[in-house]
Design a protein around this ligand. Structure first.
Ligand SMILES: Cc1ncc(COP(=O)(O)O)c(C=O)c1O
Length: 402
């Protein structure tokens, strides 16, 4: 992905903004924060000449992650997508099962469900946060519902009190897609493993990154052990490496969901820097948030709502325009000024694949309306405060001229 391309799902043609005038000041949507420390760590790992998967550096990073995110077990995976695929296999999700998820979500979640032969049941979002509308999800529960998969959109946690209550009362598994929410908390506790398990992503767009990468998080030892088998091609290699068995062999269905120690070396430094990386983004997020108070008072846009129990990691700053037409105009105007503003998830229930392969004719009016009005602004560790202020000024101008 080049810096020109905002990281997002494939866009639908209709979402493309009209051509814009020439740029004056380039502000990329995203840039990883890689320092000399990461470069040194990668060089050191290379010199050891032990860069295979699930090696000693991976083990160290897993321990660091578990300590930082307050979970018993963290397993590194090549990305969050594969953490989800592995988790659903380990949960035994299969044909005939239904899984509740927001339609406003990353496509990997729906793929992970379909790959198990199960059915994603697309639900509405709460317009305040763009997270799962839990009451709507509850209405869609049937005797076949096995799992609920909320997303912590933009790093702002979904209501984990309501979700854990729903999961326990209705006997559902709970898996958190915390891909965007590294370090976010709910009532002071890091998100990711309130239910059976969850995942975080270390994709290059994320606050903490190794370019590609992810982790499965769980507090359930038995579940972690099942995932370990799956991760190592269905073998008990991990138990062998711990000295628990004298040879390893094929014991379950599996895949290859391990990470090279080379990438883990880069990630180790990023995880050590996580608090600082999140803090730098928070100050930019605040610049945007306070910078748009007036436009919100005038009814021109709506800013995100952060629930009282939530602390977020400032992964994304977004707002919504009053109409889809305004969304397109504002994005085009900002891009004309060199600011890579962009839309986000195109609702999955309305995607070409869901319409065709799942034969869906479903409408989710809140999701459709809100997704078509959502604008994301550049937010990353290399953005300076004065750049963020300039983005605010240009956005105000964009609203004036639109
Ligand atoms: C909400 C959400 N879930 C899952 C993913 C997939 O993460 P990965 O690229 O690590 O597979 C992303 C990636 O952007 C995401 O935003």
């Amino acid at each position: 992905m080049t810096p020109k391309e905002p990281a997002t799902q494939p866009a639908q043609a209709s979402a493309a903004p009209p051509p814009a005038p020439a740029a004056t000041h380039e502000i990329p949507f995203t840039r990883p924060s890689i320092s000399a420390l990461e470069m040194r760590a990668v060089a050191t790992a290379l010199r050891t000449q032990r860069i295979g998967g699930n090696g000693p550096i991976c083990k160290r990073v897993q321990q660091l992650l578990a300590a930082q995110l307050g979970v018993q077990h963290a397993l590194l995976t090549p990305n969050a997508t594969q953490a989800m695929e592995m988790a659903l296999l380990a949960m035994g999700i299969g044909p005939g099962d239904e899984v509740l998820m927001p339609s406003f979500a990353f496509v990997s979640q729906a793929n992970a469900i379909l790959l198990r032969g199960a059915t994603p049941v697309f639900c509405e979002v709460d317009p305040a946060t763009m997270n799962l509308d839990i009451a709507d999800a509850e209405r869609r529960i049937t005797p076949r519902t096995k799992l609920v998969m909320p997303v912590h959109y933009a790093g702002v946690p979904a209501d984990l009190d309501a979700l854990t209550k729903l999961a326990s009362e209705r006997r559902l598994e709970l898996f958190e897609d915390a891909a965007q929410a590294y370090g976010s908390t709910w009532n002071g506790r890091p998100v990711g493993a309130f239910g059976r398990a969850g995942c975080v992503s270390f994709h290059e767009t994320k606050n903490v990154t190794s370019g590609e990468g992810g982790a499965l998080l769980t507090n359930d030892l038995e579940f972690a052990r099942r995932c370990e088998l799956i991760q190592e091609k269905g073998t008990n290699r991990s138990a062998f490496l711990r000295g628990e068995v004298d040879k390893y062999t094929w014991v379950s269905l599996g895949g290859s969901y391990v990470v090279s120690d080379l990438l883990a070396a880069l990630l180790e430094v990023q995880v050590q820097r996580a608090a600082a990386l999140n803090k730098a983004r928070m100050s930019l997020w605040q610049t945007y948030y306070s910078g748009f108070a007036e436009l919100e008072q005038k009814g021109l846009l709506r800013r995100p709502v952060v629930p009282a129990a939530a602390r977020h990691n400032s992964h994304i700053f977004w707002f919504r325009t009053a109409t889809p037409e305004m969304q397109r105009k504002v994005i085009a105007q900002l891009r004309g000024s060199g600011i890579q503003a962009t839309f986000h998830f195109q609702p999955l229930h309305d995607s070409p694949y869901a319409r065709k392969s799942m034969k869906l004719t479903q409408h989710l009016p809140v999701t459709e309306r809100e997704a078509n009005c959502l604008v994301r602004l550049p937010l990353h560790g290399q953005l300076r405060k004065k750049d963020a202020q300039w983005v605010v000024d240009q956005t105000r101008k964009a609203f004036q001229s639109a």
